[in-house]
Design a protein around this ligand. Sequence first.
Ligand code: CAO
Length: 415
Amino acid sequence: MPKALTGVRILDFTHVQSGPTCTQLLAWFGADVIKVERAGTGDVTREQLRDIPDADSLYFTMLNHNKRSITIDTKKPEGKKVLESLVKTCDVLVENFAPGALDRMGFTWEHIQELNPKMIVASVKGFGLGPYQDCKVYENVAQCAGGAASTTGFDDGPPVVSGAQIGDSGTGLHLALGIVTALYQRNATGRGQKVLAAMQDGVLNLCRVKLRDQQRLERTGVMREYPQYPNGEFGQAVPRAGNASGGGQPGWILKCKGWETDPNAYIYFITQAPVWGEICKVIGKPEWIAHPDFSTAAARLPHLQDIFAEIERWTMTKSKFEAMDILNQHDIPCGPILSMKEIAEDASLRKTGTIVEVDHPVRGKYLTVGNPIKLSDSPTDVTRSPLLGEHTDEVMTELGYTADQIATLRNLGAI
Ligand code: CAO
C-alpha cells in the first residue's frame, strides 16, 4: 500500500539531531530520503557517544531510520556535479548546516532554483534574521534563547534545561510541517520555496504560555497559581514555577510510597476544579468540600501548598501505580513519573509502535522511539538506519551513472 508521502524524494543534507529528526519523520510517512554524508566520516553522530566499538552509535541509528545513505565530497567539483544531479531529481532539500555553509558550497537558493525551480529548500538554523543570525546553535543554546530555561526550575535555583529535546527534535518537527505545507502549496503554484525553522522560534512556540504569563504579570503584578503566591515575591519577568501546572488547573509533583529510595516514586497530581469533591473524599478530607477556604478554585489558590501537602500525605501511602488506579476511578487527572527504564519495558508502548525493537547488522538489536504520529492509511514500518554510503552505488545508478563512471568518481574521492 502506498504511504502518505510515497513519490516524494528528499535530498537529506542534515546532520546531528534537528535536521535528521525531521527527515526521519518524512521517511516514516513514505518519502524516499537520501541522506548525503561526507565521504569517509559521515554524520558526526555516527561516532558520538558510542556504546559498541566500531558500530554506529545509538545517537545516529535512532535518528536515521528508513533512510538511504550516499557519500559525496561536495567540495570537489565532481562531487558538486553529483549533488546537482540529486537536486534536479528531488522535491525537497533539507539542511541544517551552520549559517552560510550551503552558500559557501556553491548551492545558493538562486543556483538551486536554476537547477530545479520546483525544489523546496528547508533549513533549520539557530536563530532567524537578527543579531544572532550567523551563530551556530545546539539544543541547550536554543532552550536558553527561546525562554524555556529561564522559566524552568525552582525559584531559588538557577535556570534549568529540559531533558526533552525541544530545541532539536522540536524544531525538526516544526520543519517537517513547513515542508509538507510547502509541498501542498506547490501543487497549486508549481514552484518551490524556502522553508526556515529557527530553533529559538521553535522553542518559543513551545513556551507560548510563558509569554502569556509575562503579560499577565505586567498587568497584575501577581500570578496566583504560581508557587510564589501568596508568600513569595514576583519580579519583572516570569519566574521559575517549579512543578506548577502551566495552565488553569493547579498541579504539583507529589511523593509516593517508596520515594525514600526510588528517585521516581512520584506522581503528578492535578486539582482539577470539577473533581474537587472527589479529591476531598479520596484523601479523607470531606470537610474541605464546603469549607470557605477550599470550596472554590479561587479560594484554594492561597492555600495550594497546604492542599498539596495534605494530598501528599495520602499519595505517600500508595505506590504511584496504585495512586494512578484509584485516582482514575474518580476521573482525577494525574500521571506517574515514569523512568526511562519503565518506559523501555512498557508493553503498551511496544504494542502501538511507539517503542520499537530494531535489528542492525553491526550493533544487533536495540530499542528506538517509533513514529509518534499514527496515520490510519499510512502505517509506519521502522527499518534500520543505513550504513555509511550503503546506497551510494544504488542511488548513483538511479541518477544514470554507469559502473565505470561510479568507479572513476570513487577513485577521485568525490564519492
Ligand atoms: N562534503 C564536503 N563538505 C561537507 C559535506 C560533504 N558532504 N557536508 C558538510 N560539509 C561541510 C560544510 O560545507 C561546512 O563547511 P564550511 O564550514 O567550510 O562551509 C562543514 O562541513 C561543517 O558544517 P557545519 O558548520 O554546519 O558543522 P559544525 O560541526 O561546525 O557545526 C552545528 C554544527 C550544528 C553547530 C551547525 O551545523 C549549526 O549551527 N547548524 C544549524 C543549527 C542546528 O541545526 N543545530 C542543531 C544541531 S543538533 O544538536
